[in-house]
Design a protein around this ligand. Structure first.
Ligand code: PLP
Length: 408
């Protein structure tokens, strides 16, 4: 990958902080945006802006076509059978809440069980905990082994209780672990459960094929995938979405409303109450085009190179003071690295790195149950992406060596 050329597409990377050029290593929290995406959003507002699905005038028809074109683009990205399986939402959090709320109402009875995992982001735990409170469901957590892989025998044990739903992240935002979704889905389906996949961390890094994954629902966020904030996707199998009630009511999602009754439209409209984020959808479509142009094999090879470089540099420069969490084998994980540095609190590490212009994240990463499982209060995370190169990692490890010196 020609990283210098890629970098030139990202205006924000020209900024400096505290007298140092920005090294942005927090892409798992949100990615930066290339000019193609910024221009797509600006062009929508400058040339195409009108509300969608409402007007008979040409501009509104154009806006509607742009919005529905984005839906088709996302359907192609996910290998969905039909664009009507794509529901635009604000992001992964809203998508998972929508699934939980709608299935909570239509599928789950008191005493039913849902299986999740200890490595989930809060957005794939809290909506189910809310159902535990409101509907009396039971929630089981699949544990991890010492390398940060899911313990599949746990899953098999929980499946014996015939849960209605298994909900799991494709890739962990802390451990980097890439979970064997197909295997999990096959086991879950054999036990009669539906499978929900949180693809927030995988969508930016690998091409997704919902048919091959064997999922029933899948969620991702535009803003981690070079797209804008405030747009995300819920994909669901048509035959399931058709039977599900909406999670929010209002304009656009109804067929007719009377004082005594209401009838809802077919999916995806049923799940998109109110004016949607049309510019966001259009810009997300531009982001997916940009990633396609970079090439998914190139992206994977680049990230693997960065991961292996970071692993080797960390060990060479920091030795046993540096501990990375999650599986070591590149084939089993993504490129992000969450680590501890002996004697230094993660917040101090991130603050000292910031003084060198290096942006990394420290904290519980919205994974408090995982932090408890790992018995750490917090971790520091470096998450590179397509615009990072080994020179960024050199700056990171220069900084980490200085931090280690301070706390020695
Ligand atoms: C694995 C995972 N799931 C869900 C989310 C939530 O995404 P969003 O905040 O875009 O809704 C994140 C964000 O960090 C994540 O990493």
């Amino acid at each position: 990958m020609d990283v210098a050329r890629v970098r030139s597409d990202f205006p924000i990377l020209e900024r400096s902080f505290h007298g140092h050029p920005l090294v942005y290593l927090d892409s798992a929290a949100t990615s930066q945006k290339p000019k193609a995406v910024l221009e797509a959003e600006e062009h929508f507002y400058a040339a195409t802006n009108a509300n969608v699905h409402r007007g008979v005038y040409a501009l509104s028809v154009e806006a509607t076509d742009a919005y529905e074109g984005a839906r088709e683009r996302v359907a192609r990205f996910l290998h969905a059978r039909d664009p009507s399986e794509i529901v635009f939402v604000r992001g992964t959090t809203e998508a998972l809440n929508l699934v939980a709320q709608s299935l909570g109402e239509s599928l789950l009875q008191r005493g039913d069980r849902v299986v999740t995992t200890v490595m989930e982001h809060h957005s794939n735990i809290v909506p189910w905990q809310m159902l535990r409170t409101s509907r009396g469901i039971g929630l089981d957590f699949v544990d991890i082994d010492d390398s940060g892989r899911l313990r599949l025998p746990d899953l098999d044990r929980f499946l014996e209780a015939r849960p209605k739903i298994v909900t799991v992240t494709h890739a962990s935002n802390v451990l980097g672990t890439v979970n064997p979704i197909r295997e999990i889905a096959d086991r879950a389906h054999a036990a009669g459960a539906l499978v929900v996949v949180d693809a927030a961390q995988s969508a930016p890094h690998r091409p997704l094929d919902v048919q091959a994954l064997g999922a029933d629902f899948l969620a991702f966020s535009g803003h981690k995938t070079l797209g804008p904030m405030g747009i995300g996707v819920l994909w669901g199998r048509a035959e399931l979405l058709e039977k599900m009630p909406p999670a929010a009511g209002g304009g656009e999602m109804i067929r007719e409303v009377h004082q005594d009754r209401v009838a809802f439209r077919e999916p995806p409209a049923r799940f998109e109450a109110g004016t949607p984020n049309v510019a966001g959808a259009v810009a997300l479509s531009a982001a997916l085009d940009y990633l396609d142009r970079l090439g998914w094999d190139e992206i994977a090879a680049h990230e693997r190179r960065l991961y292996e470089y970071a692993r080797a540099e960390g060990e060479r420069r920091l030795g046993s003071r540096w501990k990375v969490y999650g599986p070591e084998e590149p084939a089993e994980r993504q490129g992000l690295q969450s680590f501890s540095l002996a004697g230094a609190h993660p917040h101090d590490v991130a603050t000292l790195l910031d003084a060198d212009g290096i942006a990394v994240r420290a904290g519980h990463h919205c994974c408090q149950p995982l932090m408890e499982r790992l018995k750490v209060p917090a971790l520091t995370r470096s998450s590179p992406y397509v615009y990072n190169d080994t020179s960024d990692l050199d700056r990171l490890f220069d900084g980490l060596e200085r931090v280690a010196g301070v706390f020695a």
